[in-house]
Write a protein that binds this ligand. Structure first.
Ligand code: SF4
Ligand code: SF4
Length: 439
């Protein structure tokens, strides 16, 4: 195990780019048998990982080599969709030279879920509530690996790959300074192609509907999907969560399609959203018996946005159940030994079918990488863009900073990630985030 690698990753503020933002130096300091690069990218319309693998294959492989050295792994795989075999020929050539195998995956949702990816790649099942490390595996998103490669050259994380898709004039992928506003990135894609739109940050399935476009791009933002404000997905997402539960309480007929299509249930975990929905029906609010059938749910959204024939909200019911269980300090209890459902292979949801069901087939186009120079007037850098403790500012208002300079440090003895300036300028505010403006 090479601890210098983990140290350089820590110094550069690398966190998981796949969504959760787990500090990458912690994973790099572990000892495992497998390292797996997650290039499965299954959020509809988002292509930033694909574009990154096409345009920076050397960096992805170099990051992988760093991780192999630091963890002592014996096997290394890059999980990618088979449909991109031709477009990823250069990555394959470079990877195979480094003894790294490309693991071809089917085009279904959610192939990028760590539990699914680990099973598809190694045939190992992560234990309930476990992490890949429990089965001797470390998983990192391909962009995280690119950042690991840059960390080995002394560069901190100051930019982010993002796809801008949906109702915009030129769907594209960009490398943008972290902290730039969502509005500026959408403008770079030609701006909305409709009047009156809404934006999903991080994707339609697992992202968040946002109305404040002055918010910044963070280290974990995979992309923006713009949709007309009257699109069914916007209307459904925008509903108050209490209304979602109320509708579920009155309309769920217990058909159990939500459970039968649930990817975690099909992997053998005891996730049963229809039973969580049942608890809504038998209590005034559902809160009295929100139950553990939700506890292993990964919030992939498939039950709400694809499976339920009545367009109810089982995913939201599971989210509420998990939050309630956590607050009540209820520990998960259940079978630790699991095995996949006999229909696991036959019941995958093809991405093409999901796109059709979501009503976004007209937006399902390429989002090619466009090399643009972004010079924002200001950037907003949240002190918490990761799992763990908030970074502690190392600068003061009025102080001049250079791009790449350390501005937020990990609190002593805590899990966290450093934050660096993403442009030259002056610190104008510190309040949960550090604002830097041009001189
Ligand atoms: S699929 Fe919909 S109607 Fe059927 S059990 Fe699940 S929530 Fe209820
Ligand atoms: S969101 Fe629904 S489909 Fe996805 S893991 Fe949770 S219960 Fe299963």
């Amino acid at each position: 195990m090479d601890l210098n690698i983990s140290e350089s990753i820590r110094n550069s503020g690398v966190v998981g780019c796949g969504g959760a933002g787990f500090p990458a130096h912690v994973k790099a300091a572990s000892s495992v048998e497998y390292v797996i690069a997650n290039g499965a990218e299954c959020e509809p319309l988002l292509h930033k990982d694909l574009e990154l693998m096409i345009h920076q294959p050397e960096a992805v492989v170099k990051g992988m080599q760093q991780l192999i050295s630091s963890t002592g792994a014996k096997k290394a795989l890059i999980g990618v969709k088979r449909k991109y075999e031709e477009r990823l020929s250069e990555l394959r050539r470079i990877a195979e030279r480094a003894d790294i195998e490309l693991k071809w995956l089917g085009d279904f949702y959610p192939t990028g879920d760590e539990y699914v990816l680990v099973y598809e790649s190694t045939n190992r099942l992560i234990p309930p509530h476990g992490i890949p490390l429990d089965v001797g595996v470390v998983v990192n998103n391909v962009e995280t690996l690119r950042n690991l490669s840059r960390a080995s050259e002394g560069f901190p994380v100051t930019t982010k790959y993002v796809t801008v898709a949906g109702a915009v004039r030129n769907p594209s992928t960009f490398e943008v300074p972290i902290g730039i506003s969502l509005a500026e990135v959408i403008a770079a894609a030609g701006g909305p192609s409709v009047t009156g739109c809404a934006v999903f940050v991080g994707g339609l399935m697992m992202g968040k509907l946002e109305t404040d476009l002055s918010l910044p791009v963070t280290k974990t933002c995979a992309g923006l999907v713009v949709l007309p404000a009257d699109h069914r997905l916007v209307q459904r997402s925008g509903l108050q969560v209490e209304a979602k539960h109320r509708i579920g309480k009155s309309a769920c007929d217990q058909c159990s399609y939500c459970t039968e299509f649930c990817p975690r249930y099909l992997l053998g975990y005891d996730v049963q959203p229809h039973k969580v929905m049942r608890s809504l029906s038998f209590t005034a609010t559902g809160e009295a018996i929100w139950n553990q059938w939700a506890d292993l749910c990964c919030s992939c959204g498939l039950c709400t946005l694809y499976a339920c024939p009545e367009e109810l909200y089982p995913k939201e019911a599971c989210d509420k159940a998990k939050a309630d269980l956590k607050e009540a300090g209820v520990q998960w209890k259940g079978e630790v030994q699991t095995s996949p459902h006999s229909m696991y292979d036959g019941r995958h949801v093809p991405l093409r079918q999901l796109v059709r069901k979501l009503g976004i087939a007209g937006y399902d186009v390429a989002a090619p990488f466009l090399k643009l120079k972004f010079s924002p007037r200001k950037v907003r850098l949240p002190l918490q863009q990761h799992i763990g403790a908030k970074a502690v500012p190392t600068v003061k208002p009025g102080q001049a900073v250079k791009a790449g300079e350390l501005i937020g440090e990990i609190p002593a003895g805590k899990l966290g990630a450093r934050v660096h300036a993403s442009m030259d300028g002056v610190v104008t505010a510190i309040n949960g985030e550090i604002v830097i403006e041009q001189l």
